[in-house]
Ligand binder design. Sequence first.
Ligand code: SF4
Ligand code: SF4
Ligand code: FES
Length: 353
Amino acid sequence: MALCSVFIDGKAALVPTGTTILQAAGAVSISIPTLCHHPNLPPIGVCRLCVVDVEVGDFHKQVAACHAEVQDGMTVRTATPELERARRFALELQVADHPSECLDGETGEPCELRELARRYGVTKQRFVGDEARYPLDESSPVMTIDLNRCILCRRCTRACSLVQGQDILWIMGRGDESRVSPALSLPLRDTACVSCGQCLAHCPTGAIRDKRPLRPPVRPEAVVTSVCPYCGCGCQLDLNVSGEQILRVTSNFDGPANRGSLCAKGRFGYHFVDSPDRLTRPRIRRDGRWEEASWDEALDLVATRLREIRERQGPDALAVLSSAKATNEENYLIQKFARAVLGTNNVDHCARL
Ligand code: SF4
Ligand code: SF4
Ligand code: FES
């Protein structure tokens, strides 16, 4: 593999050809601010926050580190006063029409723009634009689209198209009127959106967010990495918890099975955990009424009834329906139980329904 030797803020880095300046800087522990960049997505270079100063041969220019690739012998500076001024300017333009309550942190939602604005001491004072006023799209059962907070970074459109393969979200309009929208400006509910939430997971500002509000003082006390309980794929996710309560599920982009992707159930279907309707103990119906029972009692009853049916009507009067929530090993055991213990080949699985 061809390698490039570069110097970044005086540190030497030897990286494969094709590495971006941002990746090379990361390899030598130099952090460059970004906004439209997401490591899960191909670069697009629209926010210019990651601007760096490069010199190679006669070439001396400011380029977007997320997009530009290293060249052998390149010298990169990432934090000169001029670059910091350019970043502050880009942020001032971004916040000019951004909702004030969002920048003041009153929304309770995390926001990368707000974090960067605070870091650079940027307020709305220098450029005052009309604050965007778009109606919310609340048509999705799980997400709100609030274009007032959108900074047109296009992470959502790239995630929908390139990660999920759905192509629901586009940039519509031109110039000042550019906005994220499904084709024909349809409400999200009227599109082929599968409610996977990849757009939400990649959105840096909360312009696309979970419908269940997360407002102060209910903020996550901890983020616990866990495995989705819905099927045997083993998708990793992060549970944002406060005490015993799950406030929200967020993507874990390091999960080896899913790299941050989740289906609608895994991302949004966590309310069953503390639902009052959730069954946490076995129940036995006696005289038409459901009564709580111990596991021993319930399992004894099931074993007795299975034996009775098999003796009376033969093993093929029984069938076993297994679950995608179980692991491969558990599904193997259940078919073994059906064939070797009950004596029937009547085995099926909910994933086939
Ligand atoms: S939820 Fe999934 S399918 Fe729907 S718009 Fe977002 S990324 Fe696209
Ligand atoms: S909705 Fe979010 S991810 Fe999409 S362009 Fe706007 S800010 Fe970026
Ligand atoms: S992060 Fe590089 S241009 Fe936006």
